[in-house]
Design a protein around this ligand. Structure first.
Ligand SMILES: [Zn+2]
Length: 340
């Protein structure tokens, strides 16, 4: 690996021995001479390894780059499986299953179902699936991976839903946290007598949020990591905005016009189109916007509102950008005025 880096960046610009490289993996990437002019400010701040494992921040960024890297990353066995699944492919396959009947209402019901039920008892999920007429993505539900389970001293397994996306959080020793870094609530498993349900204690200082309850892993399943990352994670923000706007006097529609954008909102004569964009890397988002030229207003979810000024600086002709908070306030104010 040291040789690969030297060949790519030239001698004298990076670690020149394996032990120097091993040390560098625990420092800010931006401290490496060949990354000092790195155009990705987020990447420069990242540390690759902590306690011998890839950090969650690096997982996230690798995920966003997995699509353009395509086949190259397909062979990189050291990366987690979900970075090897191409984002576009997963979206397309999930989309194909959900649009199989050709009816918009089936599509919306199926996508909402996946977002609202990324994990649970399989028997109950199956019943609800058929009663709600949802069409599942091809991967369906899988057993919860071992690193998202807590085994107590009786070897009984438990899982904990993320308070934001409801997918099983990652468990490392007694620490529990969602794999998706912006879902930032972190917990520690409290020591409890054998045979009792484990309990979580919050250990970060973020905004108050209900503490997730442990659920038994026996009989439980969760959606595949790719579906979680590319359908459920963005969907949590899409449904949050939908629910807060779905009020009398506001006509709001999810994923309209064959999913060309996320929300169509109408208040009296006023019409708005919103497309939520949740990227860790502003550079990747700007590239995406330049390539796709969105017709809807780009909305940054609450977890990404801090990106607004950087995105406005990288202003692209014809692309309008706002935040979830501003979009919501604008629509609710219009409704108030319309109601007199
Ligand atoms: Zn989450």
């Amino acid at each position: 690996m040291t040789g690969v880096l030297m060949a790519a960046h030239g001698p004298g610009r990076g670690p020149s021995t394996p032990s120097e490289l091993a040390k560098a993996l625990h420092r800010r990437l931006g401290d490496l001479p060949f990354l000092q002019d790195c155009p990705e400010a987020e990447a420069a701040e990242m540390i690759l390894l902590e306690n011998g494992q890839l950090t969650a921040a690096v997982y996230d960024l690798a995920c966003e780059y997995s699509a353009p890297l395509g086949e190259t990353i397909g062979r990189a066995a050291w990366l987690p499986t979900w970075t090897r699944m191409r984002a576009d492919q997963i979206r397309q396959e999930a989309y194909a299953a959900m649009t199989a009947t050709g009816r918009q209402e089936d599509y919306v019901a199926s996508r909402k179902f996946l977002i609202e039920h990324p994990a649970g008892q399989f028997d109950a999920l199956r019943e609800q699936l058929s009663s709600e007429g949802a069409k599942l993505a091809p991967y369906g539900y899988e057993k919860i991976p071992e690193d998202q389970l807590h085994r107590d001293r009786n070897s009984e397994a438990w899982w904990f839903p993320c308070p934001v996306c409801r997918w099983p959080m990652a468990v490392a020793a007694d620490r529990v946290r969602c794999r998706y870094r912006p879902h930032s609530a972190s917990y520690r498993i409290r020591r409890k007598p054998v045979g009792t349900r484990p309990v979580l204690d919050r250990i970060d200082t973020g905004p108050r949020i209900a503490t997730p309850k442990a659920a038994p892993a026996a009989g439980a399943r969760c959606v595949n990591a790719g579906v979680w990352r590319f359908v459920v994670v963005p969907g949590a923000a899409e449904l949050r905005l939908y629910r807060v706007l779905d009020k009398p006097g506001i006509d709001v529609e999810l994923w309209p016009e064959a999913d060309s954008y996320d929300l169509h909102v109408k208040v009296g004569e006023h019409e708005y189109r919103a497309d939520l964009k949740e990227y860790q890397s502003i550079g990747r988002l700007v590239d995406h916007l330049a390539a796709t030229r969105p017709t809807a207003e780009v909305v940054l979810p609450v977890t990404h509102e801090h990106q607004l000024s950087a995105l406005e600086r990288a202003v692209l002709p014809g692309v309008r950008v706002t935040t979830e908070t501003r979009f919501r306030t604008r629509i609710l104010n219009l409704r108030r005025r319309a109601n007199g």
